[in-house]
Every structure is written in structure tokens, then in C-alpha cells.
Design a protein around this ligand. Structure first.
Ligand SMILES: NC(=O)c1ccc[n+]([C@@H]2O[C@H](COP(=O)([O-])OP(=O)(O)OC[C@H]3O[C@@H](n4cnc5c(N)ncnc54)[C@H](O)[C@@H]3O)[C@@H](O)[C@H]2O)c1
Length: 409
């Protein structure tokens, strides 16, 4: 039977239904799954590595061939969880070199803690294979800029895990604001995240600035990437106020106290006159994100709410208000439930599509190391502003960090 999956709809609900299991493979047409064309290795099989394993399997265009983690326990759990949805056996590599250089493998996913990214990349890049590198690229700007420079000279490609741009409400917001230009010229951008504290991690690497890069780098690089994309310009000035008010104030490890911020207000002026702000609060009980973009013709509001205490799944909406300029609307935006449930409300699935498309030499829109670097520049400037109490002039900040060559004239 013809196995072209390019035009057929996927009917996953039916293909997985118990009442359809009697349909044998030779009779399958709508239920045929794509045959994976690529083998990938996942390095770091914690929370995010396992999300990539799940999403790659759900998408089905690439399969997880093997895993490597410095903790046997993480590999044991990842393998046990993988066995719940896949009957494929996994290669367990004994070390990083063998994980990176298996000739049967087409691409590498680096999903280890932030402070290990740069070092692991030095080995991974010798493989010449396409690399997916989780965000943030590094914990400091020097390593991030060195990564960007390495990527420019690399014979293959490096994609950064800034997948929030694929969340359903932001895909639609970008379409309205940038492609349809529904709002006219964008003047202001407001983005906020209210959420619970950082989750527990292996060795609690995300509770310390030295191993995470700081909260605004570790988590909020996602939001600065979104703001940079919407502003379509380089930042000129960043002012931020923030600190550690509630979370982990009593957490100590190896004699070191947790020092990560749990709230912040950040204001960004862009070279084209766009002004933006970002609010973070990490001592809330539920998740909510809100983006408001205002132009000279209209306003857009994109929201996402994910409530634990009401056991309510993520719900995203988009509102376009353009007054007398044309139609306004308020809509719910979703991906199919199976895709949303596979991780980060479906964004990771579309990030994988971009990665696999790129493996297949198609042109894609995915986070580049340069965009990853700029998300870190805004985050690092904001952290520097919190530390100094003053606004950070980006030209001076870039010069002080030997990054002046990234500033447009
Ligand atoms: N894109 C996103 O939205 C998103 C979400 C969560 C995490 N992340 C990123 O993913 C990465 C991993 O985060 P996580 O939440 O999975 O953390 P985690 O602590 O749950 O897992 C990290 C895993 O890496 C392993 N590890 C540590 N050092 C290693 C090394 N040198 N070589 C191989 N394995 C090593 C640990 O043993 C652990 O199993 C981080 O960079 C984080 O910022 C991204």
C-alpha cells in the first residue's frame, strides 16, 4: 500500500484506538505511521531529554537510536519511560565520545544542564553531525558568542531549543503582528510570566547562578527571544529590577546558598523606537503568560493559562483589537491534544518538525545560534542592571564583553 505521508491526514486518535488494533499493517492506509528516516542520540536524559525522546517518537520522522547521561539512574528512568510508548531498543553509550560519533546516528540532541553545554559542544561538533542544543546556549556571553562563531564555521548546523516561538498563541500572534501587520507599526510589547518555582533538577543545577546562568538567562531567554523577534530590531538600553524574595531562600548545597532570582521587571528600548517590558514572578501556584503588542493601528493580546489547582490543561487565546480599521476577534488557539500533551503545549513538536526538515535540507524557520545569543544578551544585560541598580547601555555592554562586532551600525 502507498506509504506517502505527505498528503494524508494523521488520524492518531483512530490509529491508537483499541477498537482499531485488528487492522493489520498490510491493510493500513490512514493509520500508517511514517518510517523514521533519521537516527538521533539524546545526551542528557532528564526532564527535557525525555521530552525530546517522546516528541521525536510521536512525530515519527526520526527515531531515538541511543542515549547518554552521566547518571545511570537518569538513563534507567528514561529507558523505562521510553518503553511505555516505544518497542524500540536503545543503545546506551558508555561515554560522550561514543555517543557523538556513532556512524549509525544522524543528529545529536544536547539536553544537559546549562553549565555543561559549551564543553559538550566541543566534543559534539567534532562529529560533523547536525546538533540540537537546548537553551540557553551557555551560562555566559563569552561561551555563547564562541558557540555562535563555531556555528558560523560549522559544516553542518546547530539549532537552539528556543521553542516558545512555536506555541500556538505565539505562532498566531507573529502571523498577525508581523506577516498580516494587523496592528500597523509595532510600538510597544509587554510580556509576562507568572508561574510556580523552578522544579527540582539533578543536583539542583537550576538553583544557582553559576550553573544556570541566572534566572533571566536560564528561563527568560525564551521570552527575550519572542520580544526580539517582535521588535525586529536590536536593543539599545535595558533596565531591570529583581531579586530572590521567596523561593529557595533556605536551599543550600555543598555549603552554597541558592542565589537565583525569583521575580523581575525588565524594560527594553530598541533601536527602532519599539519599547518593551517583561515581568517574571515565580512564586505563584499556576502558570500564566500574557503578551500584549500595540501598534499604531491596533492591539493584540495572547494568553496562556495552565492551572494545576483546577487540574485544567493549558488554554491559549488570541485577541486582535483594531477598532474601526477592520475586523477584531478573540479566539482560542490550540494544537491537537496529543501534540499539546507531548510537551510545552505542542511547541516542542513543531520545533522537531523544523529540525527534521532541516536535516532533509528544507528551508525552515528555527532558532539560530545568533538569535540564541541575542536572547542571552538581553537577559545578561537585565541581570547586570539588577546587580548595578542602573540602566545598561547595550553599546557599552557589548564593548565591555568584546561583542561590539554584533552591534549594527
Ligand atoms: N526548551 C525548554 O523549554 C526547556 C525546558 C526545560 C529544560 N530545558 C533545558 O534542557 C536542559 C536540561 O534541563 P532538564 O530540565 O532536563 O534538567 P535535568 O536535571 O532534569 O536533566 C539533566 C540531565 O543531564 C544529565 N547530565 C548532567 N551533566 C551531564 C553531562 N556532562 N553529560 C551527560 N549528561 C549530563 C543529568 O544527569 C540529568 O539526567 C537545560 O539546558 C535546560 O535549560 C529547556
Amino acid at each position: 500500500m502507498n506509504n506517502s505521508n505527505k498528503t494524508k491526514p494523521r488520524l492518531r486518535f483512530f490509529e491508537d484506538a483499541p477498537g482499531q488494533r485488528h487492522i493489520v499493517e498490510s491493510d493500513q492506509y490512514l493509520y500508517q505511521r511514517p518510517k523514521p528516516s533519521h537516527n538521533v542520540v539524546v545526551i542528557g536524559t532528564g526532564t527535557m531529554g525525555q521530552e525530546h525522546m517522546r516528541v521525536a517518537t510521536l512525530l515519527g520522522r526520526a527515531q531515538v537510536h541511543g542515549i547518554f547521561d552521566t547518571q545511570k539512574h537518569s538513563m534507567d528512568i528514561a529507558e523505562a519511560n521510553f518503553a511505555e510508548y516505544s518497542d524500540k531498543s536503545l543503545v546506551r553509550y558508555p561515554d560522550l565520545e561514543s555517543a557523538c560519533n556513532d556512524p549509525a546516528v544522524d543528529a545529536l540532541f544536547i539536553c544537559t544542564p546549562n553549565y555543561t553545554h559549551f564543553e559538550i559542544l566541543q566534543t559534539a561538533i567534532k562529529s560533523g553531525k547536525p546538533i540540537f542544543l537546548e537553551k540557553p546556549m551557555a551560562t555566559d556571553l563569552q561561551d555563547a558568542a564562541a558557540t555562535e562563531a563555531m556555528a558560523r564555521d560549522y559544516s553542518s548546523f546547530i539549532q537552539i531549543g528556543l521553542q516558545y516561538r512555536y506555541k500556538a498563541q505565539y505562532v498566531e500572534a507573529f502571523y498577525e503582528a508581523l506577516e498580516r501587520a494587523s496592528l500597523g507599526d509595532i510600538k510597544t510589547i509587554s510580556l509576562s510570566e507568572y508561574r510556580p518555582p523552578f522544579l527540582d533538577k539533578v543536583a539542583q543545577w537550576n538553583k544557582f547562578n553559576s550553573t544556570s546562568g541566572g534566572t533571566l538567562v536560564e528561563k527568560c531567554c525564551h521570552y527575550f527571544d519572542l520580544i526580539n523577534l517582535l521588535a525586529q530590531s536590536q536593543p539599545l538600553k535595558v533596565y531591570a529590577s529583581g531579586g530572590q524574595a521567596v523561593n529557595f531562600v533556605d536551599l543550600e548545597r555543598d555549603g552554597k546558598k541558592s542565589d537565583i532570582d525569583d521575580h523581575a521587571f525588565v524594560v527594553i528600548d530598541y533601536a527602532n523606537g519599539t519599547r518593551a517590558n517583561f515581568t517574571l514572578n515565580m512564586f505563584c501556584h499556576d502558570f500564566s503568560e500574557e503578551l500584549v503588542v500595540s501598534g499604531d493601528r491596533g492591539r493584540l493580546k495572547a494568553t496562556e493559562v495552565f492551572s494545576f489547582h483546577q487540574l485544567q490543561g493549558a488554554k491559549a487565546t488570541l485577541a486582535i483589537e483594531v477598532g474601526e480599521s477592520g475586523p477584531s476577534k478573540t479566539i482560542d488557539v490550540t494544537y491537537p491534544a496529543l501534540i499539546e500533551q507531548s510537551g510545552h503545549h505542542g511547541a516542542t513538536y513543531f520545533e522537531h518538525i523544523a529540525f527534521v526538515d532541516r536535516l532533509e535540507k528544507k528551508s525552515v524557520s528555527a532558532a539560530t545560534p545568533l538569535q540564541g545569543l541575542w536572547s542571552m544578551i538581553v537577559a545578561s544585560a537585565a541581570q547586570a542592571s539588577i546587580a548595578s541598580g542602573g540602566a545598561v547601555d547595550i553599546n557599552q555592554f557589548m564593548a565591555a564583553n568584546d561583542l561590539a562586532h554584533y552591534v549594527n551600525d
